[in-house]
Write a protein that binds this ligand. Structure first.
Ligand code: G6P
Length: 369
């Protein structure tokens, strides 16, 4: 193999551990004096990002989950409406293009058939411009796009995306903050958020030390058939990504729900056989999430809480399981909390004896429809 696994048993585990470096590489040369360099998005980016009045993102798989998080950021930091759609849906329906809309594609490979087709179609629909967030500079999607920002994850061999996903989030955070800067984001807040991004490689090194604890926790999932992931705000797409990882490589059926939606269906599924994984960062939704956790606890669910160390106290009771995540800021929290979910899926899959790097029926890059 051209890319070595080294000391790691699987590429996926190696790639999980490469994330601090991949993120440092993705930030390298993109910031100067506490600011994002506008030219990193390509020629003419300053003018285009200033003129942008709406954002449409299309993507598939994990890249779609990264885009869903970017929507929270773009609307919060730049005050611009942002629509996110799965590429295979976008390309086959009549959608409304808002004036001065920027079309953004997110793709690790830059070759996903639906995302590429969606981009080609979008170019005929009157967008202001198109920007690709991609891991392969010479790929079709990058070549078709006027603007681009490369993630620098390096080659990702494991079919289940890990470092490609977290570096996409970094690139999308750069885009959201840059749009913010051109659309009224308070300067002090902007600078504080950029600083937070710079702490990410260290924060990820910290969260990777949870590996042993997560491996222990994984044993409880080996014989399960279902799992429910809960999150709110930017952690809802992270819960979706956690559920996707688990189903892709361990073949356990997993679903994610925004915790506030429990009463509208999933509570009916909750009993002693349903492990529930709740993602609990220290954010403005914490109290809401706590009461959602109480709702599932009251139904006898086996509860696994990933909580920021500052709020972990009192988060769990009796037979609940707690994983304490090192404290981190609200912008980077979704990226930090992704890592324990990747490790959970990984260890469950290893214990179940599946082919972790090559899950059945799946391909790394889906280049046919
Ligand atoms: C496949 C891969 C996923 C990936 C998705 C989109 O399903 O297994 O890991 O997220 O394709 O691929 P892209 O290269 O466009 O990000």
């Amino acid at each position: 193999d051209a890319v070595e696994r080294g000391e790691y048993r699987h590429y996926m585990l190696k790639e999980i551990h490469e994330q601090p470096q991949a993120i440092a590489d993705t930030l390298e040369g993109r910031l100067s004096g506490g600011h994002i360099l506008t030219e990193i998005f390509g020629v003419g980016a300053r003018e285009l990002l200033t003129r942008t009045r709406a954002v449409q993102i299309v993507a598939c798989g994990s890249s779609y989950h990264a885009a869903l998080i970017a929507r929270y950021w773009i609307e919060a930091f730049a005050g611009l409406p942002c629509i996110v759609e799965i590429a295979s849906e976008y390309r086959y329906r009549q959608s409304v293009v808002m004036p001065d809309s920027l079309l953004v594609t997110v793709s690790q490979s830059g070759e996903t058939a639906d995302t590429l087709a969606a981009l080609k179609l979008a170019k005929t629909r009157g967008y202001l411009s198109e920007l690709a967030i991609c891991n392969v500079p010479e790929s079709s999607i990058v070549r078709e796009s006027k603007l681009s920002l490369m993630t620098r994850a390096g080659p990702e061999i494991g079919v289940a995306s890990t470092k490609a996903f977290t570096t996409q989030l970094v690139a999308l955070a750069l885009l959201a903050l840059e749009l913010g800067r051109h659309h009224g984001l308070d300067n002090a807040r902007y600078e504080a958020l950029v600083k937070q991004l710079e702490t990410l490689p260290g924060a990820l090194r910290g969260v990777l030390t949870l590996d042993g604890a997560i491996k222990q926790m994984a044993q409880h999932f080996v014989s399960k058939q279902h799992a429910l992931f809960l999150g709110r705000g930017t952690q809802f797409p992270i819960a979706m990504e956690g559920a996707l990882k688990l189903k892709e490589i361990s073949y356990i059926h997993a679903e994610a729900y925004p915790a506030g939606e429990l009463k509208h269906g999933p509570l009916a599924l909750v009993d002693e056989d349903m492990p529930v994984i709740a993602v609990a960062p220290n954010d403005h939704l914490l109290e809401k999430l706590k009461s959602n956790i109480e709702e599932v606890r009251a139904r006898g669910a086996e509860l696994y809480v990933l909580a920021d160390e500052d709020v972990a106290h009192g988060m769990t009771r009796d037979r609940d399981h707690l994983i304490t995540v090192p404290r981190c800021g609200e912008l980077i929290a979704p990226i930090v909390f992704t890592v324990p979910l990747q490790l959970l899926a990984y260890h469950v899959a290893v214990l179940r004896g599946t082919d972790v790097d090559q899950p059945r029926n799946l391909a790394k890059s889906v280049t046919v429809e």
